[in-house]
Write a protein that binds this ligand. Sequence first.
Ligand SMILES: [Zn+2]
Ligand SMILES: [Zn+2]
Length: 432
Amino acid sequence: MIKNTKTLAISVAFLLLSQIAVAEKKLSVVYVYDENFPRPFEGKIVPLLEQAAKTLGKKLGGGIEFEEPQEIRQEDFFARHLDKFTYKELYDRVGYPVFKKVDNETYLASVGNFLERWELEELKSFFPDAPADADRAWVARSLLAAYAERIAELKDLKYADGRPFLEKKGYTYHSYLAWATAASTQQKWEIVVTNAPIVYDHITQPYPHNVLKRALLGGVSLTGQVRGSALNRVILLSLATFAEGQPSFLEESLVGRSGKERMKVAASYLLAHELGHAVYLVPDVYNHGVKCLMNTTLANMDYWSGYRQLVSNKGRCALCSPYRRTREKLVSGDRQYAKQKYEKAFKSYRQAEELLPERISGERPVVLSRLMLKQLKCLVFLGKREESLTLVDKLVATDPENKEFRKLRFSIKDLKKDVWELPEDQKQRPER
Ligand SMILES: [Zn+2]
Ligand SMILES: [Zn+2]
């Protein structure tokens, strides 16, 4: 009897471990549709996904595949996946007060902090009329003023039947902060595509290229919590700027382009770029040149010009190769692991950890700890007790919040009881 229970515990742990490291899993996709707006590209997104994978293959690397997209109504998506409390707390703190009179001065300091990530000259390039002596405070003020104008423009828009596009009631459905909250906390899909227009309402993070255009979201790569995902990211993509509707959000540079051309722009210019963040961990870069998919100067262009620059400058960006090499090691580690070649898998994961560039998209400690966790699983299977314990310390020090590690520790404990003695202060930590 006791023996059976033990065998069961071990096989459950094995199952859990093996499911988590399946090599090159297909990415899961959901199409969240808003019935008030048209769906571009005849309602299909498979060609969009395929085209994005193709561009990514040319620019960074291949091997990305997608599961059959699922579909869900926007109301249902929000009802099931939006934690209203988290959203409200976030919106009260950093949301654009769309329905209130906004005193820009209140936000100057935090916007100033946010803009620190750009050089002053870069920032000024967004404002062709900037006076020669314009400083950072001038940029922050001008940006907030432009932001207010964009929001006012969005508030003037009406549906074909005369209803206003933005109302207090139901605003949540258009709020970027709500979408971002739902997308990053749901645990099912790595890519969330929608035809809904999403108002970029994160007032303390006014990305100039976004705010100065229309204050609508195109695409973003967020930290995610998708179960069994090989990424710790979720991509949120809005196709509203590719469709003609009432009101219309179609980007000016796409007027007169065919449906196929627009689809290619959405795929190569938006989605492939977000995949570059999520899969290859390349951050937005400004000095990689015209071939680079992750070039931020692309973001300052209109969609069509950005797309044309990307496809007419064929070939791969040399400066992105450290990111490619890191991913190659990670993928080969996953392959070896799936074949139960733990020694080789461990080596590949360790190399990936060593190759991981300093500047990445997302949080470096989180990515590092994920690579360590993979190494740790190999060590457990190899029965290397001392090395495992050293790595546990390193992992906890690198990212104390690693949820996967905390979830897994009990099953690993079952698997190799003697290997897994957690320090006292780790034992009672609540699961989240
Ligand atoms: Zn980007
Ligand atoms: Zn590059």
